[in-house]
Design a binder for this molecule. Structure first.
Ligand code: PEP
Length: 252
């Protein structure tokens, strides 16, 4: 069975002291949470803290991730960080196309696809986020929207699509305390799996994470679904006990 991935998205939270406290809490509880079983664990941190967290997670069994990456390799792009620069600091994952970046920074499906490509070209695994807004769900557009978002990434990345991690994050569930039911999430995950299968013979190895108010109480029901291969965790990733409970629910 595929190993599940639990990735924390810290968003714009933290400080040198808070990061240290959070990671030391995770460090202290990780082997008990895994209980001799396995799960992949990552933290996607604000880029300014990449160097600090690289040191802190060293030998901890937690991978380092970030929340965005430039589409460009280098040059006159003020404020951006290239995939090669991130790789220099041991970054393993980069979230791309998070709904907050699509919404507040106007990222298009095509830009998100290029960001995934840029990450892959430096050996960083993109965690590609797709998801519908509440208005889109209510208009019956959920499948159409997530398929359009994923299609752009498939179009730009070709057979490399089997190297991504995909995250289904219904926008109405992010930071709201409203979670998709396990059945609602599974039905979208199955649609995404079928789309990946049509694009790549290795689609079965793509992890499809669920994100959107996943927490210590609801994680095990969500993670029990056939096509839910892990979680992208916002708020609950900032509390060691909650994050560890989710990891325990993912361990196989
Ligand atoms: C996210 O932002 O990726 C997320 C899932 O946030 P939350 O868990 O807080 O809803």
């Amino acid at each position: 069975m595929m190993r599940k991935l639990i990735a924390g998205n810290w968003k714009m939270n933290g400080s040198l002291a808070a990061n240290q406290a959070l990671l030391s809490g995770i460090h202290d509880g990780l082997s008990a949470a895994l209980g001799g079983k396995h799960a992949d664990v990552a933290v996607c941190v604000p880029v300014i803290y990449v160097s600090q967290v690289q040191q802190l997670v060293h030998n901890m069994g937690v991978a380092l991730g970030v929340q965005d990456v430039s589409v460009h390799a280098q040059g006159a792009y003020t404020g951006e960080t290239s995939a090669a620069m991130l790789k220099d600091f041991g970054v393993r994952y980069a979230i791309v196309g998070h709904s907050e970046r699509r919404q507040y920074h106007g990222e298009t499906d095509e830009q998100v696809a290029l960001k995934a490509k840029s990450a892959l070209s430096s050996g960083i695994t993109p965690i590609v986020c797709v998801g519908e807004t509440l208005a889109e769900r209510e208009a019956g557009q959920t499948e159409h929207v997530v398929k359009r978002q994923l299609a752009a990434v498939i179009h730009t990345n070709g057979h490399c699509i089997s190297e991504i991690v995909l995250a289904y994050e219904p926008v109405w569930a992010i930071g709201t305390g409203k979670t998709a039911t396990p059945q609602e999430a599974q039905s979208v995950h199955a649609v995404l799996r079928a789309q990946l299968q049509a694009a790549s013979e290795h689609a079965q190895r793509v992890k499809i994470l669920y994100g959107g108010s996943m927490n210590a109480a609801n994680a095990s029901d969500l993670l029990a679904q056939a096509d839910i291969d892990g979680g992208l965790i916002g708020g609950a990733a900032l509390k060691p006990a909650d994050f560890l409970t989710i990891i325990a629910a993912a361990a196989r």
